[in-house]
Design a protein around this ligand. Structure first.
Ligand code: GDP
Ligand code: MG
Length: 176
């Protein structure tokens, strides 16, 4: 553990997106390097933390998980309060979860700080070969239109998970 007095910054990052896209597993992968195959729908844990070093500063990333409130507009504004970053997750094998991304962006624009750093994540990239339902090009186009960062990733294999979170944390840091 890192002594509390050595932490330079605490950055709140929220994870949002439709149910079952892999939000909780992305968070578990980033904070504990774990993946749990039979994860139940989220049970009340508000956030997990991981302390990282960015440009010589000690940064505690506080990553918030929705407690199964993914129904449209059920995530309250308290969840977004103070958030400096957002991981907006869809499932590359489930087209509707990508079609709903625009709604989640609206939610962020309505409730979060206007300077929030947003990373769109196409999760379950390990299933791309046989089950892809959203092309990378469609996602890149949407992300560019909306001014979001974008990456495909896999909580299962771990591919691009650290990279995506670090990119968000570095952009937050660059603005503090
Ligand atoms: P949440 O509702 O968005 O928090 O989704 P969960 O993290 O609970 O994951 C939903 C389901 O998708 C679970 O059965 C996970 O095991 C599975 N899952 C999550 N991430 C991945 C991934 O990267 N690849 C694959 N193949 N399955 C995943
Ligand atoms: Mg969950």
């Amino acid at each position: 553990a890192v002594p509390a007095d050595s932490i330079d910054y605490v950055f709140k990052v929220v994870v949002i997106g439709d149910s079952a896209v892999g939000k909780t597993q992305l968070l578990a992968r980033f904070t504990k390097n774990e993946f749990c195959f039979d994860s139940k729908s989220t049970i009340g844990v508000e956030f997990q933390t991981r302390t990282v070093s960015i440009k010589g500063k000690v940064i505690k990333a506080q990553i918030w998980d929705t407690a199964g409130q993914e129904r449209y507009r059920a995530v309250t504004s308290a969840y977004y309060r103070g958030a400096l970053g957002a991981m907006l997750v869809y499932d590359i094998t489930k087209r509707p979860t990508f079609d709903h991304v625009a709604r989640w962006v609206e939610e962020l624009r309505a409730h979060a700080d206007s300077s929030i750093v947003i990373m769109l994540i196409g999760n379950k990239a390990d299933l791309a070969a046989d089950h892809r339902a959203v092309t990378t090009e469609d996602a890149v186009e949407f992300a560019e239109e909306q001014g979001l960062f974008f990456s495909e990733a896999s909580a299962l294999s771990g591919d691009n998970v650290d990279k995506a979170f670090f990119r968000v944390l570095e952009h937050i840091y660059a603005a503090v």
